[in-house]
Design a protein around this ligand. Structure first.
Ligand code: ASP
Length: 341
């Protein structure tokens, strides 16, 4: 595998930048304020205009949403996926860029990785830890890198360009709350770096086997509710019981260490399974996922982080008959009150 590749030629097509909000589009009253800003104030057009080197490139910009990504929702995911599919289908388009908040960047990246056909052209997501008004804003360079990567020959799949590094969307996790280099790729490692406008690639482009639910996603009337519960000292099983009563179809437990779960949560999870809810066990640790599966343990989510496991389980539940709940007996007192898909 080459460790560095040549610059994209002049023939590279148009790159479409789609804005969804986040700190990269955030505005603060003072240039030294990295915290008290409003996310998603600027549209994608303004973000592109603020990067002078993009003036000579074939770049189009449009704003899909102006969310603080902590408020990201499934309707926006669907709209983004649909718009990206339209954009990538254009013969003059080389790839797309999505500007996003950092907080749930890994979730949107994983969702797109599993549901959007991007094997012929890339979708490059980018974000920033400092608002656009900061003295030393990180957004403009990140956006420039993302546009460069979206036009890179051979680029494909859902990628993330942040802080000079390139990640496969499926590997991404936010590991720091406020530092500029807030992202990591777990044990997989970063896919490469953007060095002075050049991609140095150290790992293959992502393979993206689409989830079976992807084809009919737009037709799913109501997405199944799947929630995350964290295991910790003093955990209470009532939290899981309440989620089941509130209509959860699936529950991901972010366990301690290698997916160990407080015994009271295990008992409640077994009650939930009896009620027909699907439970998966991930780890609250940022690295390593869950290795192995003891026969008496709740089903493991494997290498997936808890937020990724939540998305995967939601997609699984959309596909009829794909998930074995492990029980045919149902406890009426715990029966979900609202149905889903
Ligand atoms: N709360 C912001 C967001 O995710 C944080 C960021 O973008 O850095 O939209």
């Amino acid at each position: 595998m080459p460790s560095s590749e040549s610059q994209p030629g002049a023939a590279a097509g148009t790159v479409v930048v789609i804005g969804t909000g986040g700190t990269i589009a955030g505005v603060a009253a003072r240039a030294d304020d990295h915290v008290g800003y409003r996310s998603g104030e600027l549209g994608a057009e303004a973000l592109v205009s603020a990067v002078p080197p993009l003036a000579g490139r074939r770049v189009e910009a449009e704003t899909l949403a102006r969310l603080d990504s902590c408020d990201m929702d499934h309707a926006t995911w669907l709209a983004l996926r649909e718009r990206l599919a339209q954009v990538l289908a254009r013969s003059d388009v080389a790839g797309a860029v999505v500007t996003h908040g950092t907080d749930t960047l890994e979730e949107t990246a994983y969702f797109l990785h599993r549901t959007l056909a991007a094997q012929a052209k890339p979708v490059v997501m980018t974000a920033a830890m400092r608002p656009a008004t900061a003295l030393s804003a990180d957004g403009p360079q990140n956006l420039l890198d993302a546009v460069t990567l979206a036009g890179w020959p051979g680029a494909r799949g859902v990628l993330v360009a942040c802080g000079g590094r390139v990640f496969r969307g499926a590997d991404l996790r936010k590991v720091h709350g406020w530092r500029v280099d807030a992202f990591d790729a777990g044990d997989a490692g970063a896919m490469g770096v953007m060095a002075d406008g050049q991609l140095q690639r150290h790992r293959p482009w992502p393979e993206a086997p689409l989830h079976a639910a992807a084809a009919a996603l737009a037709a799913v009337a109501q997405w199944p509710s799947v929630d995350i519960v964290t295991s910790h000292a003093g955990a209470r099983g009532e939290v899981i019981d309440a989620l089941v009563r509130a209509g959860a179809r699936g529950i991901v437990i972010a366990g301690t260490g290698n997916g160990s779960v407080h015994r009271l949560l295990v008992e409640a999870a077994r009650r939930a399974e009896t009620a027909g809810v699907v439970v998966r066990r991930a780890s609250r640790c940022q690295l390593g996922g869950v290795v192995g599966q003891r026969p008496d343990a709740l089903p493991s989510a494997g290498a997936l982080t808890a937020p990724q496991a939540r998305i995967e389980l939601m997609l699984d539940l959309m596909v009829d008959g794909m998930v074995d709940t492990g029980s045919s007996r149902r406890d009426a007192s715990l029966e979900p009150k609202t149905g889903a898909c």
